[in-house]
Design a protein around this ligand. Structure first.
Ligand code: ATP
Length: 285
């Protein structure tokens, strides 16, 4: 049997760091939404009771280090399944980009195996299992638009954003979240106004949304990689209505109401960084 799942990228409309817990983890509050740039995950049943994984990307491991492999292993062990699967991932989402590509692949594997092996696990069960794999996985299980708290893994669904275009631009560097958090200085962080951002979603107010998008990690990433700030500035100069770094970067998302403006922002960035996309939000509830 063969089955396909789309694994969409996510962007952060906001990311706030609220504090540091006793166990060293940072408490975050972030609003995420999915976009229509997606990996393609193919699942094939195989005869032996093993997991095989392959990708078309040189930046992603093709073995048990791949988070998609870990997702299949966790699913098999939770539901005591003795069947085998071959996972083939076509990577379209840039790697180590702040776009949650690995988490989305893991979520796609959980959703797909649930269907393929007719386990009938509820969304909540998959979300709980996903949280053991990574803090962005629970969000990726259900997609739409949501606020994540704790490490980001406690998810509540929010209203969908107004329709808009998103220009994604990634400079030629990869950033790992775990290298950014230790450099966060809680006393000097600039906090986004999450409450007002949620109001803008409720009111479907695009101008207000653009005003309140924000990411407390920008100051850390910008100081380490000034090119990321240049990209954000360039987006705003060339007509983006709002711009925000996604996750710990380096991808910046520029929002525009109209396609013509998205095109202008896209053209302005093409010579400046090698990966630029115009995408749309997936959440059209
Ligand atoms: P993070 O915030 O965790 O760094 P990210 O969204 O910025 O996440 P990802 O593209 O998800 O970045 O992957 C980051 C790391 O995970 C890379 O080092 C990559 O090699 C590893 N990885 C393992 N499995 C995958 C996968 N299926 N897709 C992408 N990366 C994967």
């Amino acid at each position: 049997m063969v089955l396909f799942e789309r694994a969409p990228a996510k962007i952060n409309l906001s990311l706030d760091v609220l504090g540091k817990r006793g166990d060293g983890f940072h408490e975050v509050e972030m609003i995420m939404t999915s976009v229509d740039l997606a990996d393609r995950v193919e699942l094939n049943t195989i005869d032996e009771d093993t997991i095989e994984v392959s990708t078309d990307s040189q930046y992603v491991p093709n073995d048990e280090r791949n988070i998609a492999y870990k997702a299949a292993l966790a699913f098999k062990s939770k539901y005591q399944l003795h069947q085998g699967v071959r996972i083939e991932i076509q990577k379209n989402i840039p790697v180590s980009a702040g776009l949650g590509g690995g988490s989305s692949d893991a979520a796609a594997v959980l959703r797909g195996l649930n269907r393929m092996w007719s386990v009938d696990a509820s969304s909540d069960e998959l979300i709980e299992l996903g949280a053991t794999l990574g803090s962005d996985v629970p969000f990726c299980i259900q997609g739409t638009t949501a606020i994540g708290t704790g490490h980001g893994e406690q998810i509540s669904i929010l209203d969908s954003p107004p329709t808009c275009y998103v220009v994604l631009a990634k400079p030629n560097i990869g950033i790992s979240t775990r290298h950014i958090f230790p450099k966060v200085d809680l006393d000097t962080l600039h906090h986004p106004n999450t409450h007002e951002l949620i109001r803008s979603l409720e009111e479907k107010d695009f101008g207000k949304l653009c005003h309140h998008i924000g990411n407390a990690l920008e100051s850390v990433t910008f100081s380490l990689h000034p090119d990321v700030k240049r990209i954000k500035d360039k987006m705003l100069q060339t007509g983006a209505d709002g711009a925000v770094m996604s996750g710990s970067g380096p991808t910046v998302a520029g929002l525009t109401r109209h396609y013509s403006k998205a095109r202008r922002v896209y053209n302005g960035l093409r010579g400046f960084c090698n990966e630029v996309y115009i995408v749309q939000l997936l959440d059209r509830r």
